[in-house]
Structure formats: C-alpha cells, structure tokens
Design a binder for this molecule. Structure first.
Ligand SMILES: *[C@@H]1O[C@H](CO)[C@@H](O)[C@H](O)[C@H]1NC(C)=O
Ligand SMILES: *[C@@H]1O[C@H](CO)[C@@H](O)[C@H](O)[C@H]1NC(C)=O
Length: 367
C-alpha cells in the first residue's frame, strides 16, 4: 500500500466499501418506491388519524386480495399498488403503519393522506390529515431511520435510485375552491389565476423533493374534475360534465406540464415526469364501452343521482360487477380504471406522459 498514491488508495478503499455495502440492500430487491399526495394514492395512512377522510369500512376493499378495507379509496388495488407491480416490488406500506420497520423500510413508504392538497388550507374540514409540509418532514424522518439501518451513504443511494409518485391538485379544487358556492379562494382568484397559483406552490413542493434526494418523480395533475359522479350529482342534470370544474382541470394540467418542463431545464435533468391524468381518464370517460365499462357516469358505490351523493358505505347501492364501472365511489376510479391509468403511465405516448413513460424510465435507470 505504501507506494500507492493516496488517491489510488482511497479509490480502492471506496470501491471495496461500496461493493460490500451495496450487496446488503440491493440484492434481489426492486428499486424503492415512495408515494406522496392525496386519496388517489393514500393506501392507509388516514386509518391511523382522527379524520373523517377514511376508507376503512366495507365495501371498500371488496375486490382487494383480502376482500377487506385497507384505507385505499378503491374496490381493490390503487395506482401505487399497480406501479409497485410494474417495478416487481411488493406494495409499499403506509408510513404510519407500525409494521413499517426493518427490511420493510427498504421497499419504500407511502406518505399520502386523503383530503390534502397543494395548499395548507385545502381539506380543513377533514381536520387531522397529513398535509404536504408534514409528508415531506416524514420523508426526512424516514431517511434518518433508514440511515440508522444501512448508513447515510447507502440511504442516499436508495433515495436517489428510487421511483417517486406524487399526486396533488384535485382537492385544491373540489375540497377548497368549489367546496361551497362562495369560498375564500373563489373570492380571491378566478379559475385561471388560482390554477397558476397552485402550480407555483406545486413547484415549491417539487423543489423540496429534489432537495431531499428525489431523482425520478412521476407528477400527476388532476383528472377531469367535472366528470366525476359527485360533480355530476351536484352540478349536472343531464350527465354532461360540470363546466367550471372541467375548466379548472383544463387550465391546471397544461400549466403543470409547462412548469415541469422548465423545472427540469433549470435542474439540467429529467427528474420530474408529467403525468396528464386528465388525458388518461378522458379516453375512458368519453368512450367507456371501448374499455369494457357500461358507464363512466354512475359510481359503483353511492346513492342519489349518478350514485354521486355522500359517501360509499355499507348502506349504499353497490354494483355487482366492479369491472363494468369507471368510478368506484363518487370521486375515485375503480381498480379496473386504475389499471388503465397505470398501463398508460407505463407505455403511453407523450400526449399522456412527458418527457418519457415508465417503461422508458425503467430501461434508462437500469443501465
Ligand atoms: C404551509 O405550511 C407550512 C408550515 O407548516 C409553511 O412553511 C408553508 O409556507 C405553508 N404554505 C403556504 C402556501 O402558505
Ligand atoms: C412509451 O413506451 C413504449 C414501450 O412500451 C415505447 O415504444 C414508446 O416509444 C414510449 N413513448 C414515449 C413517448 O416515450
């Protein structure tokens, strides 16, 4: 060793260290997966919170492998579950689940919480939910816990190599701006300016994720907000999608795509991938029969017009065949619709996902 230069010695040492520790957590394991956002991607965190925003009683989960409610706002699997399947990984546990310890931490974690939005004042009626600043704090806490397990350097590597999904925006409209006929946000902003404000705030959240080590993030906007059974029930007599929420989604999604493009340019890397959930859902909302649905207007579980009023509970109407419905409850897609969405995330064209789809991400990141 004595006649080797310091730099060479160091390089050999580092190579030995990284080979040795690499094996301890990547052997046979899929890349880690982290999830942030709202009820579209919450897989049970709200079960541990004192909030009314929860999916912990039947018939939620009726088609889940256990046939029991889990906290997912779906009859079965949700979007993160289906992405985990694409990664060849087990589903991530909710961050608040006590079972999330030891090796399970290396699979990733889900920090999402139903009812939250981009803004702190979204979903205030749900009281104790995990708003975005807190979800990001918990991600830091997670990294400290994993560091104690595999060391800071390997934790950094795990986070840098991870796939991340963040889903925000819908609640900033339906559970804030449009919640009451006259809302504080509506007095403050028109739809276009409010959408611009939301995208500015979303950008801050993405910057923070970048600071925390995120290197590959699927960022989704809102679906066609005016077409969900809840909005049809409240604002549409003939089943046409409600005008104002549709205008909102049509304003928000393109602004989000633009913002992500500029942010990537600024960061010099395609860290953020824009998922246009509106385009993805428009296909089966406009032409449900082509996707095997009997309807995209009536929720499988609910009551009143379009089964769009109130919550999905044991007392609600429940459709016998969930595969035939695009919407499971008044707001959330069915498992079948989630499968269509994730298939498009995996292999869709740049109309749906830019600058690349998940199959391309997986091919690029594996080399
Ligand atoms: C939301 O709350 C956090 C503190 O919890 C604060 O740092 C942040 O600025 C707030 N965001 C907005 C848009 O007010
Ligand atoms: C998306 O994925 C498919 C492969 O499934 C690929 O052929 C296609 O070029 C990709 N599209 C884009 C825009 O990356």
């Amino acid at each position: 060793m004595a006649n080797l230069g310091f730099a060479t010695t160091l390089a050999i040492f580092l190579a030995m260290v990284s080979t040795a520790t690499f094996v301890t957590y990547t052997e046979g394991a899929a890349r880690a997966f982290f999830v942030f956002g709202d009820s579209l991607v919450d897989n049970g965190n709200n079960n541990y919170l004192a909030t009314s925003a929860r999916a912990d009683s039947p018939p939620y989960g009726v088609d889940y492998p256990t046939h029991r409610p889990t906290g997912r706002f779906s009859n079965g699997l949700n979007i993160p579950d289906l992405i985990s399947q694409q990664l060849g990984a087990e589903p991530t546990l909710p961050y608040l689940d006590p079972a999330l310890t030891g090796d399970k931490l290396l699979v990733g974690a889900n920090f999402a919480s139903a009812g939250i939005g981009i803004l702190n004042d979204t979903g205030i009626q749900f009281a104790n939910i995990i708003r975005m600043p807190r979800q990001l704090e918990l991600f830091q806490e997670y990294q400290q816990r994993v560091s104690a397990l595999i060391g800071a350097e390997q934790t950094q590597r795990l986070v840098n190599n991870a796939l991340i999904l963040i889903t925000l925006g819908g609640n900033d409209y339906v559970n804030n701006y449009f919640l009451t006929p006259v809302s504080a946000r509506r007095i403050q902003y028109n739809i276009q300016d409010y959408s611009r404000y939301l995208v500015t705030e979303y950008r801050k959240i993405l910057k923070k994720l970048d600071d925390l080590g995120a290197r590959r993030v699927l960022v989704t906007g809102t679906g066609p907000l005016g077409c969900v059974p809840a909005e049809l029930a409240m604002r549409s007599s003939n089943g046409d999608c409600a005008k104002e929420p549709q205008q909102a989604a049509a304003a928000f999604n393109p602004l989000l795509v633009q913002m992500i493009k500029r942010l990537n340019q600024e960061l010099g890397s395609d860290i953020f991938v824009a998922v246009n959930a509106m385009e993805m859902q428009n296909d089966f909302i406009n032409n449900p029969k082509a996707f095997g649905f009997v309807t995209s207007k009536i929720a499988c579980c609910g009551q009143g017009p379009f089964n769009g009023i109130g919550l999905c509970t044991a007392a609600s109407n429940l459709c016998p065949n969930r595969e035939e419905y695009a919407f499971w409850d008044p707001f959330h897609p069915s498992e079948k619709a989630n499968k269509i969405i994730v298939k498009t995330i995996y292999s869709g064209s740049d109309k749906y996902i830019t600058p690349m789809n998940l199959s391309t991400i997986m091919a690029i990141d594996s080399v």
